[in-house]
Design a binder for this molecule. Sequence first.
Ligand code: ADP
Ligand code: MG
Length: 236
Amino acid sequence: MQKKLLEIRNLKKYYGKGDSLVKALDDVSFDVYKGEMLVLLGNSGCGKSTLLNIIGGMDSPTEGHVLLSGEDITSLKDKALTKYRKEKIGFIFQFYNLLPDLTALENVRMSLSHRDKEHLSEKTLELVGLGNQKMNQYPSQMSGGEQQRVSIARALVKKADIILCDEPTGALDDKTGRKILELLQDLSRKHGQTLVIVTHTTPIADMANRVITLRDGKIQKERVNEHPKDAKDIVW
Ligand code: ADP
Ligand code: MG
């Protein structure tokens, strides 16, 4: 039996009104199971980022609920919501969103508040393939792929319940992008990390355990991949 980690219930997000009403999300419901790699697939403008931002507690829905391990996060107030974002959720963006004035190590360390930050941050950077010399470099001194590895380490180091990735390969060339997908799949397969990956690139969906396709703010279809492809074999 798979354990439900996240429950998305009748989520709606509307912008504007009258003639200019945009239904970015129009009654979306699904579950995310612990340890799975779920891909949310859909064309530009179908509501992927809106959905991810609501799950991540960075935006609030017009209607509906998001529950993490049974707790309704859509009803959390400021302080509890900040705690949720900081402790429970890891976020990986298309353009990495690293702090430019901090080194790789400092960027990762930032997401921890407890002691033993240094050691754990170093270990995590090693895990994503950024050994010694790279740790003390600034984002501007790193390639896109390296910056994305730092951002993955930043999400990973806090042992987030779930890592949300919004077009994680969108700014990378194919080869580098594939390496990042391999890393994400490794985290899922070897470490049981729960991942939700948003993309508009159809072939990427083949590496997921499950794929939900969105269209115009609604779920269009859902499929289970009995045999997910290895990320290294994905071509786009
Ligand atoms: P995707 O990530 O799939 O490209 P988005 O979630 O960014 O899609 O956007 C979904 C829809 O909501 C689009 O039509 C977009 O224009 C609209 N939208 C997103 N954010 C806003 C906003 N802040 N104000 C008005 N419309 C928005
Ligand atoms: Mg988007």
